[in-house]
Design a protein around this ligand. Sequence first.
Ligand SMILES: *Cc1c(COP(=O)(O)O)cnc(C)c1O
Length: 495
Amino acid sequence: MVRTGANHQDPTPQRSRILRLEEAARSLDPDAAERDRLLRAAHTYAQDFLDRLPETPAYNHDKSGALELRNLATGPGPRPMEQLIERIDESVVRAGLIPSHAGHLAYIPGGGIYASSLADYLAAVTNEYAGVRFAGPGAVEMEDLVLEWMARLVGFPETADGNLSSGGSIASLVAVVAAREAAGLLARDFHRAVVYASPHIHQCLHKALRVAGLGESVRRDVAVDEHRRLCPASLGDAIAADRARGLQPWLVLASAGTADTGAIDPLARIADIARREGLWYHVDAAYGGFFAMLPEFRPALSGMERADSIVLDPHKGMFLPYGTGAVLVRNRQALQDAHAYYAAYMQDTVEAEAGGRSPAAVSPELTKHFRGLRVWLPLLLHGEEPFRACLREKVELAKYFHREVAALGFVVGPEPELTVVTYRWVPESGDANAFNRALVEETHRDGRVFLSSTTIDGRFVLRMAALAFRTHLDTIDLALEVLRAGVRKLEAQSG
Ligand SMILES: *Cc1c(COP(=O)(O)O)cnc(C)c1O
């Protein structure tokens, strides 16, 4: 420590220097009138965006607007809010896919409900600190409440723990690291540790394994049935064979809805095997997890409650804007063993841990966005019922589309378990794969709805995924019309 004597210099020049800096710095903290003006500009844009959304294409082929961002360099001085909003609109919002659009029927659609945007606004204005309970007891309590609600939803015990993450991928990483710690796996064991999953498990789990240092672990692709669900008998056989080889069966990954086709693995039978064999059982419910809100999905999702860890994606099945995933872990100690750290500069916060662990102790993040609010606010503002109705509506829409697209003459995949339908056109002559590739491109050029494709057993197949909260019956009818017109156009060209 340095103790300075009395300062004999006149402090006045220093004080006026500081005050000049303060004046410049204060423009970061606008007064009430300026705040009102800025908020109105943003609000006017948001209102207009939402009002014209139904007339806007869901997809814009031309992405040149994005490059215009580079012509607006940062500089020392300010720019008008209106100019910046215009740039955001042209370069960001209009380019490519519009994820908040009713016609987003590709991949696994996300959400963007309005209540969450206001929660984000309030979270950012108050800038609540959600990483440490001592600093943000209410923010952390709110995250705990939301996680407990999700735990009840999936049938986890009250002793389970969890974390709100930025998405399903990071949530999966948190789960994989907890599984590694629980098994006591050290680097020297990694090449013997075996991971079991169907070939349709989400790629983020392979990524999580590599990021967790387990890139050298042994992966077993377990056989699937004709609906692309993991085959439990093959899982049992693979584990036995690996034990006989002297390997260490460690982790089994199952899907409560694959991203590709929405297939739900037989979760209860996999739970039996995982428990019998002492494996960590992880269920990727990023897509399908929130369908547990619907009692009719209990049979299909039964067994999920016996997992060791579950990943859910509120920015899919709860229709929240991007940036919210969740992980739930049955063994709270494993989660903390993997993530809890101590720093002297934060010693004051430790005493408060008596009130419960901090989110920082169960995730890779320290400082984190106050995510709990964007989940909590819409749930309480609207109540659970509209969420349930919105999910059930999507299930019905998928079934409706499945029937109607078949009626148009498409060859369809199985009746959807969740809300993904696969289908393809088989032309009378010529390469069916090339035809269906051209058909997706044709729908992209059309742009009124946005559909995507996948490859199943070497066949190019189209997908329709209903999960965007604005997707309603008129959207599905429009998608059918776009497909019908696309086929007619392509057939005319080739015929
Ligand atoms: C979306 C998804 C993920 C990955 O989650 P992100 O939020 O995109 O990181 C993992 N698994 C499934 C089944 C998904 O649908």
